[in-house]
Design a binder for this molecule. Structure first.
Ligand code: UD1
Length: 446
């Protein structure tokens, strides 16, 4: 019957949105398989990110359907971008008259879509609500505060987010602690990601055994931790294992599977992975240089792999910083120490594979702080605040800002075997989207 079908609009705009919406789409599909109330998902892409490797490749990797509507807003100032999304999205709302709009994260598209919807009295669900860096100079913090203030259903990834929302006077009955949808995507795609050929492309797989860390060296064990199971294997086999362990058992058991090591006998060279795009780090020449100085020191001990955001590439050119980096496209010999390797942004699966196998990740991203915690890969965050404090208290994350000395110190701690240990936050189990759809399904029961 007609009144048993609901139309939910899901909005994506920028790179960090895609891996949050993909599991929501799957959860809706699963809901439709078992419920008499059908949900018709309608996917809107605002076009905030538009490059093939910032958008299209994510649709492919995450198996997202083509958007039902593409607003094509592109880049601009914050007001231009936010305003254009509002104007174009309002037209979609008039045409489609959805029962609900779902927005994720904290980008300009998130706020703009939520604002356009509430003004038309359409209920809004905000996924990844309640995160606060308490730094209002970050555009994302403004987007978070405002999106949360106007949304009807607020889905949080961790208990600290619930506390933030309550402190801001948001009624408790609007707030739902469900876990982290980004972890849903990570868990769903990790095995597939490990088949990506990015390590071979970068010359990081197939090095001599001596160049990779022994998973049972002091560096990877610490007092009070489980003895390394790999220790029971002959030494020549131990080095075939990567030392990283994901939170969840499926991935962990696969990573520890001796057979997979035998089938894939090529070892992996240690490397650090870097992402950098915050305006506070890359638009300020001195701040950017402080970071580069630390990276240059770190790269003397371990190669640094740097898939670069278009904003950052523009700034490297504007500041004439090119000489600090090796352009990967010009590489004729394999990756070596003493270098920072610059390359185009990577797709979801390639990046996830690189992250899972990295010795450490240096980043100013939000989501990567969560992903590294789940993967138990050391994360050195080039910011002075985080809206994800659970990654500090429970995860592998440390904050070092753009302080040359602190960046180098933390990286050297990892290289010297003193990395932080992590445990997996509550409900980061790959089922957050399922919980969200189930809760919303109750509210919208016909
Ligand atoms: C946006 C989000 C940020 C998120 C980041 C992930 C806001 C306020 N910021 O920042 O929270 O961490 O996405 O990438 O929403 N550009 C391209 N091609 C693209 C997209 C951008 O060349 O496909 C360049 C343009 O020069 C553009 C600049 O990057 O002006 C910045 O893009 P924008 O979407 O404004 O912000 P991000 O820095 O990507």
């Amino acid at each position: 019957m007609k009144n048993q079908t609901l139309k939910w609009i899901l909005v994506v705009g920028a790179r960090p949105n895609f891996m949050k919406i993909a599991p929501m789409m799957r959860a809706i599909e699963a809901h439709n398989d078992k419920s008499s109330t059908k949900i018709c998902p309608f996917l809107v892409h605002t076009g905030q990110h538009y490059d093939v490797n910032m958008s299209d490749s994510f649709f492919k990797d995450l198996n997202l359907p083509e958007p039902d509507v593409h607003l094509g807003v592109g880049s601009g100032t914050h007001a231009e971008q936010t305003g254009r999304v509002m104007i174009e999205f309002e037209k979609v709302l008039f045409n489609e008259r959805p029962d609900l709009v779902i927005v994720v994260g904290d980008v300009n598209s998130t706020l703009a879509a939520a604002l356009a919807a509430v003004k038309l009295c359409i209920p809004v669900a905000h996924v990844e609500a309640g995160l606060r860096s308490f730094d209002r100079s970050m555009p994302e913090e403004i987007n978070r505060l405002l999106a949360d203030a106007i949304s009807d259903y607020l889905f949080t990834p961790s208990a600290d987010a619930n506390e933030n929302l309550k402190r801001e006077g948001i009624p408790e009955d609007k707030i739902f602690l469900v876990g982290d949808v980004m972890v849903d995507s990570l868990q769903f795609h990790l095995e597939q990601a490990k088949k990506s050929k990015i390590l071979e492309k970068l010359g990081l797989r197939g090095k001599s055994e001596s160049s990779i860390p022994d998973p049972c060296s002091a560096e990877h064990t610490s007092p009070g931790h489980n003895p390394c199971p790999v220790k029971r294997l002959p030494r020549e086999m131990r080095s075939l294992f990567h030392w990283g362990e994901a939170c969840f058992t499926g991935a962990q058991s696969k990573m520890r599977d001796p057979k997979s090591a035998i089938q894939n006998p090529q070892s992996i060279q240690s490397y650090a992975l870097l992402t950098l795009h915050r305006p506070s780090n890359v638009d300020d020449k001195d701040a950017f240089l402080r970071i580069i100085n630390a990276l240059t020191e770190i790269s003397k001990r371990i190669p640094v792999i740097f898939p670069v955001h278009p904003r950052t590439r523009n700034q490297i050119e504007a500041f004439r910083f090119q000489h600090y980096f090796v352009n990967f496209t010009n590489i004729e010999s394999p990756v070596t120490n003493n270098r920072i390797y610059l390359m185009d942004p990577l797709g979801y699966l390639d990046f996830l594979n690189l992250m899972a196998q990295a010795k450490m990740v240096l980043t100013d991203s939000g989501g990567i702080q969560e992903e590294t915690t789940v993967l138990k890969v050391p994360c050195i965050t080039l910011r002075n605040t985080t809206e994800r404090p659970i990654t500090l208290s429970q995860g592998t994350n440390v904050l070092v800002w753009n302080d040359t000395h602190r960046i180098k110190n933390e990286a050297f701690k990892v290289l010297d075997g003193k990395a932080k240990r992590a445990s997996c936050p509550n409900l980061w189990d790959g089922r957050a989207s399922e919980r969200i759809v189930s809760i919303l399904g109750q509210y919208f029961k016909t």
